[in-house]
Design a protein around this ligand. Structure first.
Ligand SMILES: [Zn+2]
Length: 166
């Protein structure tokens, strides 16, 4: 969805994460709750979103579940752990894509409601604002966005859906 983003890898704890080299197998990449394929995320993304002790975050591969009806946000590739929406510090766009107060762009603070209520011109300005922020490397998608990557695909999809719904 948001693949192909040009966000530079931000300085998180690359030293910490470089030891993670466990490639998820096909089965392990599937969410243990909904069975849909997860998207690999950095350990620092899980750490940034968890509202609980980070002592439980291990040096294993974690994946993000984007299924709207599934309560699991992150699960470990070894299927030992899964973290649900109730364990997150912030609400997750993919789980509540209709909720006005939920962010779709977490780095530059654009909510679903902001975009819904914006005029066509204002929507273009929001996308421009995000693109400008990315260009000058002000985004921190791995730490701010629960999917661990750029929001632009989600923003563009949302704008398209809203335009079609009119
Ligand atoms: Zn799931």
């Amino acid at each position: 969805m948001a693949d192909g983003c040009c966000c530079p890898p931000t300085a998180g704890n690359e030293v910490c994460e470089s030891s993670v080299q466990i490639a998820p197998s096909r089965v392990a990449a599937l969410c243990p709750h909904c069975g849909r394929r997860g998207k690999p995320v950095e350990g620092q993304t899980v750490k940034a979103f968890l509202a609980e002790s980070l002592r439980q975050v291990r040096r294993v591969e974690y994946l993000f579940c984007k299924t709207q009806t599934c309560p699991v946000v992150y699960f470990s590739a070894d299927h030992v752990q899964s973290f649900t929406i109730a364990q997150m510090r912030e609400r997750v766009f993919q789980k509540e894509p209709e909720a006005d107060e939920v962010f779709v762009c977490y780095c530059f603070r654009h909510t679903v409601g902001d975009i819904r209520s914006a005029t066509a011109d204002a929507r273009v300005k929001i996308v421009d604002d995000i693109n400008t922020g990315i260009k000058v490397e002000q985004c921190a998608c791995d730490l701010r966005n629960p999917q661990g990557s750029c929001c632009l695909g989600n923003v563009n999809t949302l704008i398209r859906q809203l335009s079609n719904a009119v």
